[in-house]
Design a protein around this ligand. Structure first.
Ligand code: PGA
Length: 257
């Protein structure tokens, strides 16, 4: 099995302001040694208005931290009021696009088809893409965890080529664990990750599945990161709450390295 480089994302969600973004970015540059990028891929996902300043600050500092967008619109520039295009994101230094986050699916109402459209457009435009999936509490309680995750994986990845998969990371985020302080046990998370990897194997073959990085997200913190990351199919994390503290985020990145 090929060694997979761990991958950690910091999803800042709709938090912070100019001063807070500046402080967090500066603190991350202080606490994360630049050599960390040799062992872990680290991406931060600021809100849209702060993408350009964060990308600029990281670039000026010679940092290898990547900047990602929390969402994007699939169609090129034009009459899409309120949306942000992939070309705009590229223009301001964004390298990664997150699609299918549970808050987009369940609060905003995005369908698997829209998530897939965004994923394909972002890949076509040359971005790294993180596809987030995960079951709700009632789905877990009714034994549908794997069914939901495999469905979201296959629908989200529909139309991708095996070659494009080199630019895709999956993020398994059980909805009931996001921002709640509840975390999947390492074994439950491992079981879900394995089922997701097998689904990708049936779509694109074993080599692609073995090379695919699958992040865990849902209340990953410095205190539980090591146990989760020790699981054979957990290759990193997508961090929300703990990504707003440079020290906590750095502790998780170090646990992954
Ligand atoms: P959390 O968020 O770490 O606060 O649970 C994770 C996410 O939504 O990406």
């Amino acid at each position: 099995m090929p060694a997979r480089k761990p991958s950690i994302g910091g999803n800042w969600k709709m938090n912070l302001d100019t001063a807070g973004v500046k402080a967090l970015t500066g603190d991350l540059l202080k606490v994360l040694d630049t050599s960390i990028a040799d062992t872990v891929d680290v991406t931060v996902f600021p809100p849209f208005p702060y993408l350009a300043p964060v990308a600029g600050a990281l670039c000026d500092a010679g940092s290898q931290l990547q900047v990602g967008a929390q969402d994007a619109w699939a169609t090129p520039n034009g009459a899409f009021t309120g949306e942000v295009s992939l070309s705009m994101l590229k223009d301001v230094g964004v390298s990664t696009v997150l699609v299918g986050h549970s808050e987009r699916r369940h609060v905003i109402g995005e369908s698997d088809e829209l998530v897939n459209e965004k994923l394909l457009a972002a890949l076509d435009a040359g971005f790294e893409v993180v596809l987030a999936i995960g079951e709700k509490l009632e789905q877990r309680e009714s034994g549908k965890t794997n069914l939901v995750n495999i469905g979201q994986t296959c629908l989200g990845l529909a139309g991708t080529t095996a070659q494009q998969m080199a630019k895709v990371t999956l993020a398994y985020e059980p909805v009931w664990a996001i921002g709640t302080g509840k975390t999947a046990t390492p074994q439950d998370a491992q079981d879900a990750h394995l089922a997701i990897r097998q689904a990708v194997g049936s779509l694109h073959g074993e080599d692609v599945a073995n090379a695919l990085r699958i992040q865990y997200g849902g209340s990953m913190k410095p205190g539980n990161a090591a146990d989760l990351l020790a699981q054979p199919d957990i290759d990193g994390g997508l961090i929300g709450g703990a990504a707003l503290s440079a020290d906590d985020f750095a502790a998780i990145v170090r646990a992954a390295s």
